[in-house]
Design a protein around this ligand. Structure first.
Ligand SMILES: Nc1ncnc2c1ncn2[C@@H]1O[C@H](COP(=O)(O)OP(=O)(O)OP(=O)(O)O)[C@@H](O)[C@H]1O
Ligand SMILES: [Mg+2]
Length: 235
């Protein structure tokens, strides 16, 4: 279980995250939804040690993650698919996947088979340069690369951003599949509709604070959430 308590993040004088607490139980899908600038990416980046928090705690089981370096945190079984995909465009699909396993040298072939099973498209395209893949394929590669680290929990930052609706559906199917295979998922999305549909539990983040929480179903039918994030209010 990942446990975030009273997280605070400042950039210079700006309070990006004021007070964020949430839990991600093992084997579940938890989502953080919120508008631009709410503090979602900062939260994920701080969990994985890319941004220093100025208050609060992040616990992974009994382990306190605050202050640890990113590679140590990744070794603990936590990984991040960053916003904007960031595959290495001049490397092949296979090379990109191998980079994802750089912290470990064991069972590379096994992990590759596991990832290829989830993404047959990546197997077909293993020799293609990543920069020439379609946007959806690049997103699959970014997720596949993160899975090469054989994580217990995968954090994904806006995996559906900039993708056509049909590809978005594919990406969400893959997220479900990854979760069914036993990986815990922490998903950050502006596509609240899709995220709430697949989430076991969800938190709404506004201005660096959690303002609402509930099961995905509860928030999908919440009038405030509908008005602000789903654009489907009857009133
Ligand atoms: N490195 C940084 N330096 C200064 N300010 C930053 C930095 N990173 C983020 N911020 C600010 O912190 C706030 C929260 O940003 P963050 O990227 O966490 O939001 P977000 O919820 O992920 O937004 P989006 O949905 O647009 O990705 C924003 O006001 C942003 O400008
Ligand atoms: Mg963001």
């Amino acid at each position: 279980m990942l446990e975030v308590r009273n997280l605070k993040i400042n950039y210079g004088g700006i309070e990006a995250v004021r007070d964020i607490s949430f839990d991600v139980p093992d084997a579940k899908i938890v989502t953080l939804v919120g508008a631009n600038g709410a503090g979602k990416s900062s939260t994920l980046r701080s969990i994985i040690g890319l941004v220093k928090s100025s208050g609060g705690t992040v616990k992974w089981g009994k382990e306190v993650l605050n202050g640890k370096k990113t590679d140590e945190i990744v070794k603990n079984g936590i990984t991040l698919v960053p916003e904007g995909r960031h595959v290495f465009p001049d490397q092949t699909v296979l090379e990109n996947l191998k980079i994802g396993a750089y912290l470990r040298k064991d069972s590379l072939e096994e992990d590759l088979e596991r990832v290829y099973k989830l993404f047959p498209r990546l197997k077909e395209r293993s020799w293609q340069l990543a920069g020439t893949l379609s946007g959806g394929e690049q997103q699959m590669l970014a997720v596949g690369r993160a899975l090469m680290a054989n994580p217990s929990i995968i954090m994904m930052d806006e995996p559906s951003l900039g993708l056509a609706p049909i590809v978005v559906q594919d990406i969400f199917k893959i997220i479900k599949k990854v979760n069914k295979a036993g990986t815990t998922v922490l998903l950050v999305e502006q596509n609240a509709n899709m995220a709430l549909r697949i989430a076991d539990y969800a938190y709404v983040i506004e201005n660096g604070r959690v303002t609402m929480q509930g099961t995905g179903k509860e928030l999908l039918s919440n009038e405030d959430v509908k008005r602000a994030y789903l654009g489907t209010s009857a009133g």
